[in-house]
Design a protein around this ligand. Sequence first.
Ligand code: HEM
Ligand SMILES: *[C@@H]1O[C@H](CO)[C@@H](O)[C@H](O)[C@H]1NC(C)=O
Length: 485
Amino acid sequence: MILFLSLLGFVLASIFVYLRGKYNELYWKKRGVKFHGQNKFMGIFWDFITQNRPLFQIVRELYKQYPNEPAVGFGALFTPSLYVRDKNNVQFIMQSSSFVDRGFDYNDGDQLADNVLFMNGIRWKLMRQKMTPLFTPTKLKNMYYIMDKSGRDFIEYLENNPEKRKGNTFDTLTTFCCAAIGGAVFGIGSKSTFESPFLECTRGAFYPTFWSNLRFSLSNLSPSLFKMLNLKFFKEYEEFFIGAMKQVFRQREQEGTKKHDFADICLSLQKSGEMKHESGFKMEPTDELLAAQGFFFFTAGVEPAATAVFGALIELGRHPEIQKKVQKEIDEVFEKYQNQLTADAVSEMEYLEKVLNESLRVHPPIGFLTRRCVEDTVLPVGNIKIEKGTKVYTPIYDYHHDPQYFKDPEVFDPERFTDEAKQEMACIGARYAKLQVKSGLAHILRNFDVKTEVHKGGIKFGKDQVQLRMKNVDVEYIPRKVKFS
Ligand code: HEM
Ligand SMILES: *[C@@H]1O[C@H](CO)[C@@H](O)[C@H](O)[C@H]1NC(C)=O
């Protein structure tokens, strides 16, 4: 009997998988869109769950496999899903009001997930509006001294801890970025930030584990199932993070000083009461809601920024000529400003910026973007009808490595013109991040030469959802022979 029932269950499940897969295939065929036939039931997510590769590498195969298609449909259980390859279609998506949502779903009570990256619709619009004033050029100039201090602290840390100069480069860089963002954006700064509990939190939040990858896949495959199971993304960090933010807010209230940072913006939002959108929509700026924004700033400020520094150091460490040239520029600016860098001084390092631009091209910290259609529309190239609820995936890494857009894309050449701004336009922190990354690089290269060691087998990637986590490669810091006062 039991054998019979399990056999029956297996047969029914197989029929379901087959029929659903067939449905997914017909869904796109009917719209005249090429369908990726491998695993019609859950497409790229099956590979992501069962293989030891990051998702960006899996979508990259679609990019290579269908060079002439404007878009490729794939099976994703109950979510119509489309990998959009054509650049004009991608531009259309990024500018269209039909695709405002990123399409992350999160459940009530997942307080830290209620942040500006995950939010949808009108709540996102309002929250984003309120957070935008954080990184005006004037504010950045005002907070630069904190970024600079964390750069100098980092050099001291490397000088005092020689074992940190070789191996685990990425982890060591995240300590720097964590200290910098903690100081600049939240006013929590001291040397002890190198062993900050915030670091554990930001490292853990997006660290790929089997479970977190499964959860992420499920949120893409079936939002309603995700909701039914009441899954949460960041529950385990809630108590610590919200508690810490409340402490920052209350302390700031008592001190009554203005630092023009994130905490200040939060307090002034709370003082003005309910936040209102011109459509009439309202939202209460509670400690919890504001802490969730802070949580995302922290996670955004640490790993992607550390990846940006890491990518630049990797390239400089294997291109000694370019390293010498950028060090020469850095030295000149340090001397011009008597070793006291300002935001303007950093902006004078134009070659450094070219190096950073080019290394962000070769090693973008985020591999692709997603959007969800909120009203039926049509993609211009291929005349593809898109229904509300469809999820689209758009390339970043693939464009950056496509010879059609960048000649000899694997060659690191800071002199090439790279215009990666388009994709970063959505990033509130882009200006802040660039300044922080350049400042960190300037301090590191002022004091150390770097040498890259790619271990046997070449650069590998962690099994991440949207990020690129470079592995099997390290950068060694070698104190420079020339010593400066
Ligand atoms: C080098 C470092 C960074 C990189 C490469 C990066 C990249 C990105 C990208 C590609 C997006 C767009 C995501 C999308 O449209 O789906 C984004 C969004 C965002 N980033 Fe960054 N980011 C970095 C640093 C930061 C920092 C330091 C902060 C804040 C302190 C920040 C805050 C945000 C926010 C709030 C959004 C969402 C904006 C919105 O919803 O409109 N990022 N980032
Ligand atoms: C670096 O890239 C940004 C964004 O595309 C661009 O505005 C800037 O001019 C570039 N910098 C240099 C020095 O090429």
